[in-house]
Design a protein around this ligand. Structure first.
Ligand code: HEC
Length: 112
């Protein structure tokens, strides 16, 4: 139940921020690059390949979360990870979530 409410909040928030972002966006501005954003905001704890796991961070390549759940964690934070809903725009959140999803090795047990 709580998860459902959190998800609704994120969706509502993303809607608001998307509205605001279009106002300020340069016409024909480039879409945010998830890999670059990840390098700026997430590498510190998760590492370039998502596997660093500093201070209890999860190995993102092995994460079992759905895209929606990843979006909730990235926007709202969890445990020792802070949320990014105030520092990234909705479009940037989307891009970085896409990047996290793309890090999945896919095959379970594909660890070297
Ligand atoms: C200060 C260190 C830190 C930074 C910076 C950080 N994280 Fe995290 N992250 C964590 C920790 C610690 C956890 C585990 C949280 C918990 O206790 O459940 C986590 C968990 C996650 C999870 C959940 C993984 C799972 O399977 O449970 C995702 C997704 C994630 N982080 C993505 C990101 C993204 C994307 C960024 C950059 C926008 C980011 N993190 C920045 C520390 C960090």
């Amino acid at each position: 139940m709580r998860k459902r409410i959190a998800l609704a909040a994120v969706v509502a928030l993303a809607g608001c921020m998307a509205g605001g972002a279009t106002d300020g966006a340069a016409p024909g501005g480039t879409a945010p690059d998830g890999a670059v954003l990840f390098g700026t905001h997430c590498v510190l704890c998760h590492g370039k390949d998502g596997r660093l796991g500093l201070s209890g961070a999860r190995d993102l390549t092995l994460s079992q979360l759905t895209r929606e759940e990843v979006a909730v964690v990235v926007a709202g934070g969890r445990g020792r990870m802070a949320g990014y809903r105030n520092s990234l725009t909705a479009a940037e959140l989307e891009a970085v979530v896409d990047h996290v999803m793309a890090m999945r090795t896919g095959a379970p047990g594909a660890r070297p």
